[in-house]
Each structure stands twice: as structure tokens, then as C-alpha cells.
Design a protein around this ligand. Structure first.
Ligand SMILES: NC(=O)c1ccc[n+]([C@@H]2O[C@H](COP(=O)([O-])OP(=O)(O)OC[C@H]3O[C@@H](n4cnc5c(N)ncnc54)[C@H](OP(=O)(O)O)[C@@H]3O)[C@@H](O)[C@H]2O)c1
Length: 259
């Protein structure tokens, strides 16, 4: 397949390596200049998104930050599309890009919303066993869609078809909480000690992995997932409840010894 990537940051570069290994032809465009890096990988880099649209791709993959999506979509020269194309996004929230793509793309463009639930750190040894969520939002050309999904299936991903709404509900309880706990541990400035337990090392690892992601990604998970705010409150309440339980128990013990 011919795949054009819009937004060639950390995550797109990670995906691109597997796409190339599988024999697909790639081109890319981004706000920053990645022409050197792309030429090393055998990818044609366009400084101008119009040139990428003129390249007649089967798939246009959107891998910009969550926060810049609407700005990037506004900049797309959609009138240059020569034929119906499959648009795929890989954003870590799903209702938001689904709605945005439906609003801006021409009726004849197919839309596949996806979330590969892994990244360059967690899946550096391969994608086998990692989850890949997708919703076929508007698909007429089943062949191209299934060829694209096959890229992930053939790497061994666990393929999960579900609605974007269901994804966001679950991701707020899982991924957003993981990022929030990681960032909170970052605020505590915990580091390794000579008496680390294995559980503590796991916490430390979580902190380090989460802090390596951009703050834009973390903020995007919060601001563009309508379920995240409630989960943040649940987490805050849970910490308060744990603290209250400990203080209450300590007070009861103190009262007993005073009687
Ligand atoms: N990292 C992961 O593990 C992971 C996993 C699954 C899905 N995702 C999703 O993949 C996407 C990319 O993630 P990422 O890890 O590469 O980091 P990110 O910080 O979420 O996004 C970086 C990308 O956004 C572009 N960008 C940022 N601000 C922009 C602006 N104002 N205008 C135009 N482009 C802008 C950057 O372009 P330049 O580099 O050219 O500046 C770069 O291509 C995100 O939507 C994220 O949710 C990430």
C-alpha cells in the first residue's frame, strides 16, 4: 500500500519502521523538518502537505498530537484528493478525532479510527500481544481497510473492534489513570534506593515510562476524553479515603490505649 503520514513525531516514526519492513511505500509530512531522518528510512518527506496529497496514497495516516488535530485537519488540502482515500487516525483518545474527521472529510473518504495501545518504550521488542483498538467509522472500500488492519494483525497484535465511546470510557479508567499516577509519582521525585522492593521498581518504571511521553499527550488524554475528569476525581477521592481510613484507625487505637 501507499501510506502518507501526517505528523512524523515519535510515534509515527515507530510505526513507520514496521510499515516499511512489511513492504509498504511511505511518504510523510510534519510541522518540523524530518527530511534527513526520512531519507535514512527510505521515506519521501514533503515539507508541504499538498505534495503529500498529490502523491496519490491509498491511506492517509494522521499521527499528530491530540491538541493540534483540529489545526492540522484545517490545513489539509482536501480538494486535491484525486480519488477516495482511507483516512486513519492513531490518536490516544477516540470520540474527538471521530467527530472531527466526520466533520471535515469529504463524504467519499473512508474513516478508520484506531488506537494502537502501545508505544516505542513498551513495545520496543515487538507488537505481539499488544492491543490494537479500532472502529470502522465509514468504510466502503473494505479491501484497503482490511489490508491496513492486517499490518497490525500480522505483527501479532490483539485486534479489538469497539466503538470510540467505549474506548474512551475504558481508557479513562486505565490509560489516563496510569499516566496520572506516573505524573504524580514524578511530582514525588521518587528514585531507586538500595532497599527497593520489586513492587517499588514497577512503580518507578511506570513513572519513568509516563514521564517520557510529552505533556501535550497527557493533557490531550484529559481534555479530549469526556470521561477523564470523573476518573481524576475518583482517584483523588480514593486517596482521601485511604488516608481517612488510616487516620481513623490510628485515632481508634489511641482512644483504646487511653481507656
Ligand atoms: N507515544 C505513544 O506511545 C502513542 C501510542 C498510541 C498513540 N499515540 C498517539 O500518536 C500521536 C503522536 O504521538 P507522539 O508520541 O508522537 O507525540 P505527541 O506529542 O502526542 O505528538 C507529536 C506530533 O504532533 C505534531 N504536532 C504537535 N503540535 C503541532 C502543531 N501545533 N501543528 C502541527 N503538528 C503538531 C508533531 O509534529 P512535529 O514533530 O513536526 O513538530 C508530531 O508529529 C498522538 O495523537 C498520540 O495520542 C501515541
Amino acid at each position: 500500500m501507499k501510506i502518507g503520514i501526517v505528523g512524523f513525531g515519535n510515534f509515527a516514526q515507530f510505526l513507520a519502521k514496521a510499515f516499511i519492513r512489511q513492504g509498504h511505500t511511505l511518504c510523510a509530512t510534519s510541522r518540523s523538518d524530518y527530511s534527513l531522518h526520512c531519507s535514512e528510512l527510505g521515506i519521501h518527506f514533503f515539507r508541504d502537505v499538498t505534495a503529500l496529497f498529490d502523491a496519490d496514497n491509498d491511506v492517509v495516516l494522521i499521527s499528530t498530537s491530540i491538541l493540534s488535530l483540529s489545526e492540522v485537519l484545517r490545513s489539509l488540502p482536501l480538494d486535491r484528493l484525486k480519488r477516495p482515500v482511507l483516512f486513519v487516525d492513531v490518536l490516544s483518545v477516540k470520540e474527538y478525532p471521530r467527530q472531527a474527521l466526520l466533520e471535515v472529510l469529504p463524504e467519499e473518504s473512508d474513516i478508520l479510527c484506531t488506537h494502537p495501545m502501545f508505544g516505542p518504550q513498551g513495545a520496543k521488542d515487538g507488537w505481539r500481544g499488544h492491543n490494537f483498538m479500532y472502529e470502522k467509522v465509514r468504510i466502503r472500500n473494505e479491501g484497503t481497510c482490511s489490508n491496513f488492519l492486517q499490518i497490525f494483525a500480522s505483527e501479532g497484535c490483539t485486534m479489538l473492534e469497539m466503538s470510540c465511546e467505549e474506548h474512551d470510557k475504558l481508557a479513562a479508567k486505565t490509560q489516563f489513570i496510569t499516566h496520572t499516577v506516573g505524573r504524580t509519582l514524578g511530582e514525588l521525585e521518587i528514585t531507586s534506593t538500595p532497599i527497593d522492593t520489586k513492587s517499588f521498581q514497577t512503580l518507578l518504571q511506570t513513572k519513568e515510562t509516563m514521564m517520557r511521553n510529552s505533556f501535550d499527550l497527557f493533557y490531550g488524554l484529559f481534555i479530549h476524553n469526556r470521561f477523564a475528569r470523573q476518573e481524576l476525581e475518583n482517584l483523588e477521592n480514593a486517596l482521601r479515603k485511604v488516608k481517612e481510613t488510616l487516620i481513623q484507625k490510628a485515632n481508634e487505637e489511641k482512644e483504646k490505649t487511653q481507656c
